[in-house]
Design a protein around this ligand. Structure first.
Ligand SMILES: Cc1cc2nc3c(=O)[nH]c(=O)nc-3n(C[C@H](O)[C@H](O)[C@H](O)COP(=O)(O)OP(=O)(O)OC[C@H]3O[C@@H](n4cnc5c(N)ncnc54)[C@H](O)[C@@H]3O)c2cc1C
Length: 343
């Protein structure tokens, strides 16, 4: 019979969301399968079909763990003219309207911008293209043609005409995105992805950060009777626990015995409910806040910076503070730093 166990918290940085199609699809699949704990079904070629299934079913939030950054450059025409990039950016901003917040759009910094970059998750781009098409926005045909050219399985071929603008479009690499961010923080183009293992009480605090994207292990679909129940190791048990071997050093301590007794009682209640026919989504009512949960969290530097300022603070819950500190360490490792610790 599967048992319950205690596990430590964990922050696993997945770094900058990849720009190439196959890595992009693989990351979205991994995030999506976290919800159902079906990672064991990942194969070398399962990602494309999985992501297309999500798209077809309209589960587009999982596609937010991706970032497509178009780098657009002016070609010199035979007449020697270049396009006015500021005017093109202004027309795109106009067409985006309230959807602007789902993208990042910037002229390449410099005295005479001849290029611009535009970022958005696959979800943002899919929905933006639909809105722009409905509005007959002048930039729609141009953007849609290039998105389809770069990611034919994810973006449909545009119906309408392209303006034939003399512009070159390529994908900005992860390294280029981060270099630009370090030099010009307002560009904010890269998307940083973290997998966090923590308790459901803390995931509830994480999901309050609305500018992030989330995909979380589902207590509706995961059956803990079959898988066993994992609880995050509470602070008062840490002195008795060996995280390397994942065992209690002193199981005979009264506090450890008490926790084990309570956890066994809760798990027996859950198992009993599933055995008498309740679906996991109903039986979950008795699962504790301390239940281990896996969650993918994606956001841009501006969002993570705000998160660290709020959560690496004495006012924050110690466990979300521990997460914020790990997140801070990751960003420091790539030379993105924030002053102060919030103490
Ligand atoms: C120490 C601490 C104690 C807390 N206690 C409680 C509590 O008791 N009860 C409780 O309910 N919550 C509590 N919270 C959660 C808190 O209220 C926020 O929901 C959470 O910190 C997310 O912060 P945020 O809204 O700034 O971030 P995000 O949601 O990530 O937003 C980032 C930024 O985007 C902008 N933004 C996003 N959405 C909107 C919007 N709809 N309108 C305008 N601007 C927007 C704002 O500029 C905002 O700063 C607590 C948080 C902390 C750190």
């Amino acid at each position: 019979m599967p048992a319950f166990r205690f596990v430590p918290m964990e922050v696993v940085p997945h770094g900058v969301a990849p720009c190439g199609e196959s890595d992009l699809l693989r990351l979205v699949e991994l995030a999506g399968r976290t919800a159902y704990k079906s990672e064991d079904r990942i194969t070398d070629d399962s990602a494309r079909a999985f992501v297309l299934m999500l798209k077809k079913q309209g589960h587009l939030s999982v596609l937010e763990h991706s970032n497509v950054v178009l780098s657009v450059r002016s070609k010199v025409t035979t007449a020697g003219h270049e396009m006015d990039m500021a005017a093109i950016v202004a027309s795109i901003v106009m067409a985006l309207g309230p959807r602007n917040s789902f993208h990042r759009l910037c002229l390449t910094p410099g005295p005479r911008p001849e290029s611009f970059a535009m970022a958005g998750s696959v979800r943002s781009w899919i929905e933006t293209m639909r809105v722009m098409e409905t509005m007959n926005a002048p930039c729609h045909g141009f953007l849609a043609r290039h998105l389809h050219g770069l990611f034919p399985s994810l973006f449909e071929s545009p119906n309408g005409a392209d303006q034939g603008w003399p512009l070159e479009v390529s994908l900005m690499t992860e390294v280029e995105q981060v270099d630009l961010l370090r030099k010009h923080p307002t560009t904010d183009l890269p998307l940083f992805v973290m997998k966090i293992v923590c308790d459901r009480g803390i995931t509830h605090e994480l999901v309050r950060h609305r500018v992030f994207s989330f995909t979380q292990e589902s207590t509706r679909y995961v059956n803990y009777r079959n898988r066993g129940m994992a609880l995050i190791l509470p602070e008062e048990l840490q002195p008795f626990y060996d995280p390397e071997r994942e065992v209690f050093i002193q199981e005979s301590s009264p506090i450890v015995e008490e926790w084990i007794r309570r956890a066994e009682a809760l798990f027996a209640w859950y198992q009993g409910d599933v055995e008498r026919g309740l679906r996991p989504e109903i039986a979950r009512d008795i699962l504790p806040n301390l239940l281990k949960s896996e969650i993918f969290v994606s956001g841009r530097w501006s969002g993570w910076e705000h998160f660290i300022r709020l959560r690496d603070s004495r006012q924050a819950h110690p466990r979300i503070r521990a997460i914020a500190r790990e997140v801070r360490k990751y960003f420091e490792s790539i030379d993105l730093t924030i002053d102060g610790t919030g103490d």
